[in-house]
Design a protein around this ligand. Sequence first.
Ligand code: GLN
Length: 484
Amino acid sequence: MLNQLTISELTAKLTKREVSAREATQACLDQIARVDGKIHAFISYNAADALAQADAADKLIFSGAKNSLLGVPIAIKDVLAVKNQPLNCASKILGNFTSTYDATAIEKLKAAGAIVFGRLNMDEFAMGSSTENSAFGLTRNPWDVTRIPGGSSGGSAAAVAADECIASLGTDTGGSIRQPAALCGCVGLKPTYGRISRYGLVAFASSLDQIGPFTKDVRDSAILLGAMSGVDPRDSTSVPEPVPNYSAALDGNIRGMKIGLPKEYMIGGLHAEVKAAVDAAVKQYEKLGAEIVEISLPHTDYAVATYYIIATAEASANLARFDGIRYGARVEGNDPIELYSKTRGAGFGAEVKRRIILGTYVLSSGYHDAYYLHAQKVRTLIRNDFLKAFEKVDAIVTPTTPTAAFKAGEKSGDPLQMYLSDIFTISCNLAGICGISIPCGFTKNPKLPIGLQLLGKPFGEETLLKIAHAYEQATGWHKEKPVI
Ligand code: GLN
């Protein structure tokens, strides 16, 4: 079925004119009609618009155009601006807001010929680890619909795992690409901070947020990274590093490369089957000729606490703009203060309010130095741990999550337990480095995907993808599909 293809498989068929972009898009739409009632990965999508984009792509293909993503249907997390499409961040506060422009990442996908369609469900403003904080209802894990898909980009992961699109975009502030990718059994890449422009991404925590792809294999991840990377004058945090040909690096040869195993990551809360899968992956890397080196990231223990100070502080500032005045939903009041508080009181969900209150607290006078400034210093120590480790190794291997997908409702009443599900992913954002999650096995009963996290040097995506790809090709876990 066409909707099951990877980007590279589909583009090969499209250029040979074995299939049309319309057929590929229709296959995705049919799959959505068949399974999305159970999965609810999409908040909304416009089938007629997707097909119109497909027809335009078919015309270009017919005229001999060779854009790298021509005719490939890609679905988008509801936090990125796509011109003339709704943008809600899975919140009520944006009302019926429609984007007036394309995010740079979207502009680049469109320039490469992609069919950009659908709004994927997420935790409200990307705050969460299970997609249960959406104002638009739960997304279900395609491997077991009683379980969560992870979060905050749960819709992006579930849509790819359920073959409702060829690939999708998500964002990762503390793990929101890698964690749901692990729990849904797909490939999720968080690029280095500054690799992809965030112009047109609704900010959660500006010093941590990155856009990245969800794909069915590592090659597709390389293709989408290449298509979206590069400096952008509209995002001053984007970095003018050259954009390599990432796909060309995927030659399977990792002989002699050094992969670090951080001793701090094999902790007590790690589920036995997850540990066994990661141990087996490490053995596989040795078989492939890599050298495994034990390393230490001594400040790992402080990562979650540091993250929840910095991320909430930045969120409290970023979310101040949702005031009912300039855009989005409004609840009227007798004066501006009443209007703000009524609008924000009605528009934000409980977790977003919790974060705004926490963030305002850690920034308030008298507490700023004790919390925020302190957290910034610890953040530097965490980054230095990684930079020191990368003097010795080419990549670092860890589990992506401590457990496989948990049940819906299991952690939603306990924010701390929920926060701890990102224990292995958060440091990567604090350090500003790149990371990827790839499938590395399954739990037995029930059968649920397990993710392997690989972390790479700043702007070291080429090496990271090469190492991920070598393992993927040697094992083939990514080929397994859920029965929906
Ligand atoms: N789960 C983390 C949080 O709730 C990370 C979210 C993200 O990466 N957007 O903040």
